[in-house]
Ligand binder design. Sequence first.
Ligand code: HH2
Length: 273
Amino acid sequence: MFRCGRFSLPLDFPLIMGVVNITPDSFSDGGQFLAADAAIAQANRLVAEGAAILDLGAESTRPGAAPVSEDEELARLLPVLEALRDLDVPVSIDTRRSGVMREVLAAGASMINDIEALSGPGSLEAASASDCGVCLMHKKGDPATMQLDPQYEDVVGEVSGFLAGRVAAARAAGIGPDRIVVDPGFGFGKTAAHNLELLRNLGRIAGLGSPVLAGLSRKSTLGALTGRPATGRLPASIAAALLAAQRGATILRVHDVAATRDALAVWRAVEVG
Ligand code: HH2
């Protein structure tokens, strides 16, 4: 079970986390859901399509993205969260600021998805002061520069070691193991070769003992493999989601929930019967 706020989610079969980017500049859907009513409609649509978790983000972290102020991040998030907080699925907030974490947790968010793995000032404390679930993600460098020339001697070893350390830090701060998921952070300071190496070896990350969240949806590695822009990467995203599920990912972070759900239904029929 994964515990986040008032929810306990079974992890015996991969769950779909539906992404809603309340931003003007996200890499695949920037501007589509910046208006609160558009974001709320999209979130409700993703739940109807089968999302078990919603992930709201108000700051793009695409390579080269400019940071937004804390006030702006909250101004984008709070009206949408307010409209979604009573749904039957947990609302996760994709943020790296402890001030935002505290506000959204007070406003009904059930999970914090932090691309900085709660390493920012006050973040561990903000998360441990509530009963929220947390996603601890690996990244190397900052979005502004992380894709310039990422280098690793052993990408799987480095990412696993980092995540093990952040799980230990979260545990030490009082966050129970059933509230923690980890994520190798596809595309965050990684070349296509690094991302593929991580996907190939996702089982090693799952071997750390925490549930694994995988976010490959529409990412540039899939563009490099197929030659397609972000809007044409649905088939590649489905393949990547299934490969991640096969290697032990239990939460799949995707933009295209209905298509991912269909693919998982076929996978389930074969694997589970
Ligand atoms: N990827 C993105 C953002 N947040 N969080 C986790 N845990 N894992 C990921 O792989 C991940 C993430 C990037 O995707 P998206 O939100 O669509 O784009 P942008 O950052 O441009 O808003």
